[in-house]
Write a protein that binds this ligand. Structure first.
Ligand code: ZN
Length: 341
């Protein structure tokens, strides 16, 4: 931000009280045409933090696109105190192909940050995004979904050892926070290391708009805005229960030991007890079944959605809960609870 409260990027400036919807060039195609990403910069009349909100760094992860668009184009932002930098589709080449990676040598844009101006095509794109729209921000939210063929319950990934990141993660108000340092080259990791605290929000499946999750994520954004005073909203959201999953906590991706067709017996976010049959792997004749039992009591944070596996493919992501949290979740998920609420 410059002294007059304007947001500046290479080639432009957005003054307080102004909004710009731009298509910003980050590369060129084989035909020499520009590769441009949509960016909306909304500079509030009142001063406040500068926040980026981004989605589709993986081109087929769509839920976050709608979250960013509703914040940017449907919310009443007339009382905004601060600046929003909204990027609904970061990985435009991947988005056009509806695939995770950049189609150029299958590079992962989300392992190419902070980028370099003189390196691979992926790093050059990352550099353009990072220097213009990430580095000038005070913090950021980057939306993802599970990888194609899988789903996950809405949760936050954040480096909870960094106080500023932890404040942001808790402000979003999800039940589950997975504590991890962002991978090298990821937007979350590199932005946080560059002094722009950033969290990832994981929500649902690729290739879908899932309304329930989008609404939940919008409530999270609203809660973050309340936490940092960007908008006169209700209050910071308390999700009812919260678990922060650290490195030494019991959690596992349960993998298939048999190839086959999978019959899943639970939904994402379900609590399963030790010994519960999570799913059954069947052969084509349904006469040789492999039952997969929960090795411990925990929460199904991630699940297989496309019901076919080779041995070694992941079936579900199971995370243990502490006793207090487990009892709260048990009560919340009991059939009686449904009756009374
Ligand atoms: Zn992703």
């Amino acid at each position: 931000m410059s002294d007059d409260g304007a947001f500046t990027y290479h080639g432009g400036k957005v003054a307080p009280g102004e909004r710009q919807n731009i298509r910003y060039g980050i590369s060129e195609t084989y035909l020499g045409d520009p590769v441009r990403i949509p960016v909306s910069i909304i500079n509030g009349e009142k001063p406040g933090p500068t926040v980026f909100i981004s989605a589709a760094a993986h081109g087929d992860e769509l839920n976050g696109i709608e979250v960013v668009r509703e914040v940017a184009y449907e919310w009443d932002l007339s009382d905004l105190a601060g600046t929003l930098v909204c990027m609904p589709v970061l990985n435009v080449p991947g988005f056009l192909f509806q695939q995770r990676y950049l189609p150029i040598y299958d590079r992962d844009l989300n392992r190419s940050f902070p980028g370099r101006p003189d390196s691979t095509s992926a790093k050059r794109m990352a550099h353009r995004i990072f220097t213009n729209f990430i580095e000038p921000c005070d913090f950021g939210l980057d939306f993802h979904t599970s990888t194609r063929g899988r789903t996950n319950m809405l949760h936050v990934r954040a480096d909870m050892s960094d106080d500023k990141v932890a404040r942001l993660a808790q402000g979003f108000g999800t039940h589950v926070i997975i504590d991890s340092e962002g991978p090298s080259g990821s937007l979350r990791g590199e932005a946080s290391r560059a002094g722009v605290p950033t969290i990832t929000i994981e929500m649902g499946e690729a290739h879908r708009f899932q309304r329930v999750l989008i609404d939940e994520a919008l409530a999270g954004v609203e809660s973050v805005f309340a936490e940092y005073g960007l908008r006169k909203t209700t209050a910071v959201r308390w999700p009812g229960w919260r678990t922060i999953i650290t490195g030494d906590q019991e959690k596992t991706w349960i993998r298939a030991d048999a190839g086959g067709i999978v019959d899943m017996h639970f939904e994402r976010g379900s609590l399963v007890h030790e010994g519960d049959p999570i799913c059954t792997i069947t052969n084509p004749f349904k006469d040789d079944n492999t039952f997969i039992e929960a090795p411990f009591t925990g929460l199904l944070v991630g699940l297989l959605e496309n019901p076919v596996v080779y041995p070694g493919n992941p079936l579900c992501h199971l995370v243990a809960l502490d006793d207090v949290t487990r009892r709260v979740v048990e009560q919340e998920q009991s059939p009686e609870h449904e009756h009374h609420t």
